[in-house]
Design a protein around this ligand. Structure first.
Ligand code: PAF
Length: 285
């Protein structure tokens, strides 16, 4: 029998909870999500728990980060199942606001970004995405006033954007990244994996294989351009429509041409049928 987890939808209730826990001398951790939770999300909750005494999980499908032709309306909304999963891990409160709690009538402010939000990666294909993410994350961080917030490395560019945003806007919450959880065949866990048809799911493992092979070649001294070109070709052969597969500096996302250019991250986005998958790995020598 698991304890009943409290779900609130009002910012005032979230703040009241945080104030009370703070007054009791506790550290607050935050795990922002869009719901449709899988084991990857639960590992973020566990990471937040390791860094804090209480964990607040937010569940909000943020309309501002979806482009006009993206999957906002069909994005899976599974609140009851999510709460059930969270009640089995170390979550203490769920904040699941309705859209007008976050964007009340007359809402008219947006966070405008530079730096890692303009790396010619996700931003090239989703030009309004990071401003929508940054706006909602700024609001969630302000609303929760947490000591620490955990975001997945799966959305690597997003993680760097959020770290920079917290630093630039003097938001006192510490931003932590947590490693990507993978399925048995290496596919990064994602709420969007359920869109894959069985035959696409079979080919989806190629994404991680192509990244791993490119990383191995780079570590072994192969030319970075040749290794990434080969990985793109491999994905195209497997039926992917590749948006990008690039080697970048792991902290700045600047292009890199050799191992001497600093810590390297390989990042990919590619469509398999109608489903767009993203992934990334560190190149470790
Ligand atoms: O990574 C996500 O799930 C979302 O982009 C986030 C950070 C919860 C903001 O809506």
């Amino acid at each position: 029998m698991t304890a009943q987890l409290t779900v609130v939808g009002a910012i005032d209730d979230l703040r009241r909870y945080v104030r009370a826990r703070r007054a009791a001398g506790e550290r607050i951790g935050l795990t922002p999500t869009m719901g449709a939770l899988h084991a990857g999300h639960l590992s973020l909750v566990e990471a937040a728990r390791r860094a804090a005494d209480r964990v607040v999980v937010t569940i909000f499908v943020n309309p501002a980060q979806f482009g006009p032709n993206e999957d906002f309306t069909r994005y899976p909304r599974t609140l009851a199942a999510d709460v059930e999963k969270l009640s089995r891990v170390a979550a203490d409160l769920v904040f699941a606001p309705p859209v007008d709690e976050i964007y009340p009538p007359g809402f008219s402010t947006k966070v405008v970004l530079e730096g890692p939000a303009h790396a010619d990666l996700e931003d090239r294909f989703r030009p309004t995405h990071f401003s929508g993410v940054a706006t909602v994350v700024t609001k969630l961080l302000n609303q929760a006033q947490a000591d620490v917030a955990v975001f997945g490395e799966k959305d690597y560019q997003q993680l760097l954007v959020i770290k920079r945003l917290a630093r630039d806007l003097d938001i006192p919450t510490e931003i932590l990244g947590a490693p990507t959880l993978r399925e048995f065949d290496g596919l990064a866990m994602s709420s969007r994996n359920i869109y894959l048809a069985p035959e696409e799911r079979e080919r989806a493992k190629e994404l991680h294989c192509a990244l791993s092979e490119a990383a191995r070649r780079i570590v072994n001294g192969d030319d970075i351009g040749a290794a990434t070109h080969e990985a793109r070709a491999r994905l195209a052969d497997a039926g992917y429509d590749v948006d990008y597969l690039e080697a970048r500096h792991a902290e700045t996302l600047a292009p890199v041409s050799s191992l001497d250019d600093g810590p390297i991250r390989l990042l990919v986005a590619a469509k398999l049928g109608a489903t767009r998958l993203i992934d990334n790995i560190a190149v470790q020598s």
